[in-house]
Design a protein around this ligand. Sequence first.
Ligand code: 13P
Ligand code: SF4
Length: 369
Amino acid sequence: MLRLQAPLPGTYLEASHDELSTRIAAAKATLGERLFILGHHYQRDEVMRWADARGDSFRLSVLAKDRPQADYIVFCGVHFMAEAADILTGEHQQVILPDLNAGCSMADMADIDAVEDAWEQLAEVTDIERVVPITYMNSAADLKSFVGSHGGAVCTSTNARAVLDWALRREDGPRAAQVLFFPDQHLGRNTGHQMGFTEADMAVWNPRRDLGGLDDATVKESTFLLWKGHCSVHQRFTPQHVAAFRDEHPGGIVVAHPECSHEVCELADQVGSTDFIIRAVEQAPVGSVIGVGTEIHLVQRLDDETPDKTVVSLDPLVCPCSTMFRIDAPHLAWILEGLVDGKVRNRITVDDETAHWARVALERMLEIT
Ligand code: 13P
Ligand code: SF4
């Protein structure tokens, strides 16, 4: 998705780290309670140190909603997170993304045209009344709206199992025979396995091919139609990384995010969301060595903040999320100084109709979990 961030004025690009810190602190003090800075776990330290709250994508949106005195929500994360915050927060609250180019390559792998096209094709082959669309939180607002208006729900990596259970085993409405899950095939597959399904129950829907590249029988018979999307950060982790970690640290603990491939998740000791990973490190015995399969900024922060344990990335080659990485101290300073001058830059808004159905899908998720 093309979003254009104009280059920052030279005064921000050329400012030293200390100067930027002084300017951010001054702007933050001036704005006081009107400002609420959210920092996703994958943000770099130079940004995270200014965050009023840290968290995963969904938790941060809820925190913003529960902070009505904050007129400006500066979301240090990526575009779909800022959209979710705009959907959940009050009319008077303005959500700001410090760099408009901070998208999510996985979220961009499913767009509304491709999903509507898939839905129409599915309707020609299978009983569409019994297909429930489920979208991962990492998706654009119009996809959340699509699932809301088609009887589906949003899920996060924490509650994907509960949401998929609801879809396939629900007692409060028509039980789905099939789920169309987008955009991350890995979260869908890993959760399906956790629920006791096998590869035979799943098929990958390739949006670039007619009928997802599948034949009619496969489309009709698969319980899970998994969108061919992935996270470029998490798909880097391989079974070889897990084996190398275990060779080097016998007795070490492996924790992976469910956006990693099923082969990696099968070899991990524990699998869960960013919040789950943080808790897993907290709960590990003192002296543990923990190999983590997720974004490097979270891994490094966990290592820094847990001196009695060693936390390392499963991938010895650093793998940052390049879009999260776009948010930096110069962009934060530019946004905050703009607010002090009465200029709201990079506001993210979702139109009322889209927000309405997206909220339905998010509220359904909350009711389920
Ligand atoms: P969380 O939902 O755990 O914040 O993860 C978001 C994400 O982008 C993971 O890659
Ligand atoms: Fe998107 Fe992956 Fe980055 Fe998460 S880590 S924001 S899923 S590209």
